[in-house]
Each structure stands twice: as C-alpha cells, then as structure tokens.
Write a protein that binds this ligand. Sequence first.
Ligand code: E4P
Length: 221
Amino acid sequence: MKLLIDSANIEHIKQINHDYPVDGVTTNPTLIAKENRDFYQLIKEIRTVIGESKLLFVQTVSEATDAIVQEALEIWKALDKNVVIKIPVTVEGIKAIKELKKQGIKTLATTVYTPMNAFVAAKAGADYVAPYVNRIENLNGKGTEVVQEIKQIFTNASFTCEIISASFKNVQQIKEVCLSGSDVITVPPTLINQFLQVSSIKEDVERFKLDWQKSIQGKEG
Ligand code: E4P
C-alpha cells in the first residue's frame, strides 16, 4: 500500500518526505491556490523536493475534453514520466482519460463519489481513482463502504486500476480505508504527523531509558 502526501506546501512536503516512508505527493487546484505562487514553478519545486522516482499528481482545471488533454500534455511535458494527471470524473473528463490513455499518459480520475464513477473511469483507462472519503461522509454517505465496493468491482472485473483513497479529516477514516482494500492513501501532513502521536510511546521510551540507565549495562555504557 502506498502512502502519499496530500499537500502543495513546500515546507510541509519537505518535513513529511524527510521523516516518513512516503511514495509521492498529490495536489489539487485548491491546495496549489493556497500557496499563491506560479503554478509551474511550484510543481517543479515539489518534484525537486521529492525526487524523480516518486509519484507526483497534478490536476487539470479545464472543462472541455480537448482543453483537458491539452493541459495534461503541457503538465506532462513540463515534468516527467512519474507525473500522473488528475482529471475529475465528468463526461468530458472521461473522454480525456480515454484519449490520454491512447497517448500513454497516466491519469487519476478524481472527485469520485460512487462505485460507478470509479467503474466508468477504470473502463476508460484511468490508472487510479480517488474516492473522496470525507466529502462522501459530509453527504451522509459511507466513505469506507464506497472504497470496499470499488475494490470488489475492480477485483470482479480484473481491472488493474488502483484506488487512492483521499479527502480525510481524521486518522479513524484512514484506518478504515486501509482495512477496506485501498491500494493507496493520500493524507494531509497534519494527519500523517498524527500517526505516531501516541503519548504511551513517549512514556514507554522514557521508562526503557531509565531502566537501562539503572542497569549494569547502562552504567558501563
Ligand atoms: C486529493 O487528491 C484530493 O484532492 C483531496 O484529498 C481532497 O481533500 P479535501 O476533501 O480535504 O479537500
């Protein structure tokens, strides 16, 4: 299972990439806009920070198929082969995914709310789909169930498309999708930092240190 950083903030990406075993970064137009920087400069800097071997996901903002394809090609040319183009699952987006598949460009179908959104995207040739767990739950849906059902459909259909569960507001939601067959999780830096925030760990480490220092080995060392 891959772990991605869901952020466009250089300092946050640097810290998480340095401290944790991550496989790449996902961005979206909202995250990019928050940074208030030139788009290409920012995504190239993210690429430099994480290195060329990790995955970098960049989203298009155009609405018509031709414009989405054009934008995707520009992003792809500006970066490298480990960039994946995120495209919302509109009808125009699905047509763009089909076209980009023919051109050998990797895509992630984003804004996935239902198993059938994911089915259509995978049929069109998307390499990844991103169910929006927290946003589904905000609509009184069950994010985890959507992930489970997508997994079942992909298994039944022998699709190789990977599920990147996205849109989290707490660690409980993340744990649930990990148990539900998600292939990848993309998580904001604040929540990745919470994975190891268990006060008992610190207390245990302190206790081990004190016990060691009291022992013969501790005195000799
Ligand atoms: C990632 O690919 C998505 O764009 C992101 O997780 C959405 O998260 P949000 O619902 O917290 O904005």
